[in-house]
Structure formats: C-alpha cells, structure tokens
Design a protein around this ligand. Structure first.
Ligand SMILES: Cc1ncc(COP(=O)(O)O)c(C=O)c1O
Length: 388
C-alpha cells in the first residue's frame, strides 16, 4: 500500500511541534542515565521511591526468575495461577481494604478491563476531563454513554448526573492523582455525588499507590473513603517500580472481572517475576516509610526552588509538578535545551494535554539528591533568564 497519507500526517505533526521520537538512554539508576555518552539526570519517570532498583526488590525478583522463569506461559484461566499471583493479590486487597484484588498485565489493561466489563450500552459513564487515556479508552470501548465534566468541576458533574437518564448504571470515574497536572480529585465531593445518584465509583490510584497514606496505601488511605470506592485500580509500574496493573474490589466484582474482563481473559498473565517485584515493593513501602519521607522532602524542595525562581505553580500536591509553558514549540525547545545540559524532562503536548497548554512535566523521586534538585533548578533559572 502507498504510505503517502501516513507520511503526510507525520509531516503535519512535525509542523505543529507535535511529532514524537524515541530517545535511547543507557539507564544508570532510578534517576540517572547516559544519553549520547553523558550523564543525564532524569526528572521524568514515575519510579517515585526508586524501588525498581531497591536491593530487596531485586533479590526477590532474582529468586522468582530462577524459580518461575521469564513468562507466565498463557492467560491464567488457561495455564493456572502461580502462588505469586495469589500472594500479590492478597496483599493488594489488604492494602486497598477490599475483599479481593485481580492483577492485570498493565495498569492500562486493568482500567480497560474494569470499564469494559462493568459498563455497557445501557450505562452512563461520567468522568473528569483530565482522566487518564486508559479510562477514556475503556469508556469508549465499553460503548456506554460518556459525559465529561471540566477538571474538578463537581457542580457540573452534579448537573450531568441529574440530567442524564439511562436505563442502566451511572458510573463515576476518576484518577485519584491526575497524571499530567499532579493535583488530586476531591474525594469528598465524589462520595457526595456517588451517594446522591447511587453511582458506582471507579478510582484509578495509579499515582497514589505507594506515595500517599500512613502505610503508603494510596491517595484514599488517610481519607477513610476507601470503602466508598467500588473499584480501586492501580499499577505496579509507578511508585512500585515494576510493571502490572490491578483492580481491588468486593469478592463479587472480582469474580465478575475474572469472567468478563477481556484484557484479563485474553492476554498472557503478568509474569510471576513481576508479581514478586510488586509484592516485595509493597512490603518495602510499608516497612521503609523513610523512602516516602525522602520523596516528600524532595517534592517540597523542588516546589520551593521553582517558586523562588518565579514559575507559576499550583499548590504542592504530588510528585508531579507541571511547568506550563504554553506553546508546543516553546515547551519542546526548553526540553531540548535541558537535555543538552544533562536533564531529561519531557515536553508534554497535545493530545496528552490540551493545545496551547504544553508543559514540562517534572517528576520527583526519593532517589534524587538535594544537589540534583539544586543543579536542575539553577539550570532552569538560567534558561528562564536567557529567554527573558
Ligand atoms: C492515571 C494512570 N492510569 C493508568 C496508567 C497506566 O498504567 P501502566 O503504565 O501500568 O499501564 C497510567 C500510566 O501511564 C496513569 O498515569
């Protein structure tokens, strides 16, 4: 087939500063890598606690690798469930204060699985405009009626829920921590709406798990509102440093997902070695709270430096700090200048964020040192001064 139409579209993306290309790095730690032979500091990953290389996590993974090999062999309904899947699910259920949990091969697939299984053509899904693509895609694939409300505008959400009459369920869907803005949903408001309209509430705690809560249990842990969430989804790929998704819910809903969630039924299971990594990471989260304290000190430090540097910032809420630059070309140029100077911070552009709201998405980890943060913010200040 003639590929001109694809080439033309790629050219258009380049013209609009929306073209994406891969950068090959040689990782050298949770927040360090070699790029084109030079040491580069990473302010872009979601390995918030540095657990991808924690000695305990590595050791547990090596042990599982020796015993279980690299792959799961098939989907779990075909080739059985390993003891590590069961152990991880029991741990996740406990942490999320739910009866059961189910592990998927990625957080994206967990959301896709939950939404397509629990929603159908008769149902209404209402979600925040800034919800993650996994939730949007899940809602679309479910074939439900989808209504979106402006970011954190719960009065509008209320209106939608009042206006819409569907034969089936009303489902409220939200990220707990918004992945590109770093702010949190208003859980009290969501619970109020859930109660008023008898909604099912699905909360995606991808960026909350391991980061928030006395025990690192997630963004809902200290609110006491975990029981109100019918399903809490999440991932092992961010603060837990590995890969794999999960849903935690009542025994009935998990049983339903096992029977209905297509990404669970039709995709090869998460390799046991990753279950071991996730399980040990959860243990470390609980037993080494100092990692979480170090992360929050770093977030505070970065926030203070940036504020002092005159950057417009939202109140500190999570390890995700967006520096909204505006034009796509400007965000891309700044990101490239920073990379030349030894810092990898991605320019996040449309369609990930709205047009004209391109940004640098800075993320912090417990693995950053105070010097890393000072060096980075000094460089940013120079770039800001240079641009005038
Ligand atoms: C809010 C949110 N949900 C789900 C996902 C998907 O998780 P995973 O990367 O494990 O597939 C992400 C990460 O990309 C995310 O930010």
């Amino acid at each position: 087939m003639n590929q001109t139409i694809f080439e033309e579209e790629l050219t258009q993306l380049k013209d609009q500063c929306l073209y994406r290309r891969l950068k090959t790095l040689q990782p050298a730690g949770p927040v360090r890598a070699l790029w084109q032979g030079r040491e580069t500091l990473l302010f872009c990953g979601n390995d918030y606690l540095g657990l991808s290389r924690h000695p305990r996590v590595l050791q547990a993974s090596k042990k599982a690798l020796e015993r279980f090999g690299t792959g799961a062999g098939a989907a779990r309904l075909i080739s059985g469930t390993s003891t590590l899947h069961t152990a991880l699910e029991e741990k996740l259920a406990k942490i999320k204060k739910k009866e059961r949990a189910l592990v998927f091969s990625a957080g994206y697939l967990a959301n896709l699985g939950v939404l397509t299984a629990l929603a159908g053509a008769d149902d209404l899904i209402v979600m925040d405009k800034l919800c993650h693509a996994a939730l949007i895609d899940g809602a679309r694939l479910a074939g439900a009626r989808l209504r979106v409300f402006p970011h954190r505008n719960y009065a509008r959400c209320d209106e939608i829920l009042q206006q819409e009459n569907v034969p089936g369920k009303k489902i409220l869907v939200t990220d707990t921590v918004f992945s590109m803005d770093g702010d949190l949903a208003d859980f009290q408001e969501i619970v109020r709406l859930k109660k008023t309209y008898g909604c099912l509430w699905i909360a995606d705690d991808a960026h909350g798990t391991g980061v928030f809560g006395q025990q690192g249990g997630g963004a809902l842990e200290d609110t006491g509102l975990e029981p109100a969430a019918d399903v809490i989804t999440g991932t092992l790929s961010k603060a837990l440093g590995a890969l794999g998704g999960f849903a935690a819910a009542s025994a009935t809903l998990i049983d339903y997902l096992i029977n209905k969630a297509r990404p669970f039924i039709f995709a090869t299971a998460l390799p046991p070695v990753l279950c071991a990594a996730g399980l040990e990471a959860l243990q470390v989260v609980q037993e080494e709270p100092e990692l979480r304290y170090a992360l929050w000190r770093n977030i505070q430090r970065m926030h203070e430096f940036l504020k002092a540097g005159g950057w417009a910032l939202e109140p500190l809420a999570s390890p995700i700090l967006p520096l909204v630059v505006g034009a796509e070309g400007d965000a891309l140029a700044l990101s490239e200048r920073l990379l030349e100077r030894g810092f990898l911070v991605p320019a996040i552009r449309y369609p990930t964020v709205p047009k004209g709201k391109a940004r640098l998405r800075i993320t912090l980890s417990a693995a950053h040192t105070p010097e890393d943060i000072a060096r980075f913010t000094a460089c940013l200040a120079e770039e800001k001064a240079r641009k005038g």
